[in-house]
Design a protein around this ligand. Sequence first.
Ligand SMILES: [Zn+2]
Length: 377
Amino acid sequence: MKFTILLKKEDDTTVPPMVTQIERAGSLQASALGLTLSESKHLLSRIQQEIVQSQIRHHAEAQRICRQCGTRRMLKDYRPAFFKSLFGSVKLTIPRLFGCGCDGVAPGARTLRLDGTVNRVALELECIQSHLAATVPYASASKLLGLLLPVDANNAVSTVRRRALAVARRLEMELNQATVEDKPSSTHVDNCATISIGLDSGFIRDCSPQSNRSFEVIVGRVLGPNAGSRSLGFVRTLENDERVRHRLRHRVAQQGLTTERMTVFTDGDAGLRCLQLAVLPNASQKLLEYLKNNADSLVDYGKRYRAGQRISTSFIDSAVNQLIDKRMSKSQQMRWSRYGAHLLFQVRADVVDGRLADNFRRWYPGFDSGAVASSTA
Ligand SMILES: [Zn+2]
């Protein structure tokens, strides 16, 4: 039995005449029922190659016509390039076109641009690699993708790490530029809602050859009144108090809330208490030592319970487990640079919250990745 896979365009032409053939001979065996993984990878890469090359040819032809005057622009030459995607690398010849000069600008030759792509890397490839890199070790992420998809040379361990950390740097840049005190990012701002912020710390191994020690990381979770949550994590020594305050308020603002009415939960660690007092001095505490020493300001647990408000700290344990233990714990024998760990926390937090793809949709309008839209670590 022979199957021929064709790719038909809207004008009913098939280019090329055949994408691939799949053949089964002899009596049916379980091993030959349906597509094999290697056949599916070959099929996907061939279809991707034909679609991308056709799209580029169509786009290049459209771009040759000047938008201002309609003149057909001169072609200088072609430059080789690769489009890297989840379904393989596609070799391209990208034209360099002269400007027509009708706008008074010297008509120098420029390489055709593809809007919305960075270094001609498919957005889904960046998103999926970042998601996996924040979920499992970089080497495992690379191996897993290569096992299932024809990602070939775009999937080296160093590439997976670099792409994930590039996403983190962009998130950090957005945080730097955010003004959160007066303008939360959400359009819905509820100033009366009570929120809970849980903070805890952990230690991960330092990769520095001069150090056999660990360094401290802080993780947290912001819970709004409607059960929505946002996670956060950072390396303590890389953040001053002002920066931590900004980070916390930004997370709260992303929930459509402000830090007017909040309760901070910690496990009683003295360092966390100092941090909380420095960055959120007006919050209510549940800090055990603080409660013992400051009976006058005790939060009324019974009243909170009867009012249906949070008194459990299990959500902090969950944050530690999800943000530190599952990806960075000492038991996994991993060592980290402080900055590398700090950056990965930024991606990891959004993956845990199921919001990584939201960032890509914000950065690249029209981006659609249903596969990672709601998946979490
Ligand atoms: Zn023109």
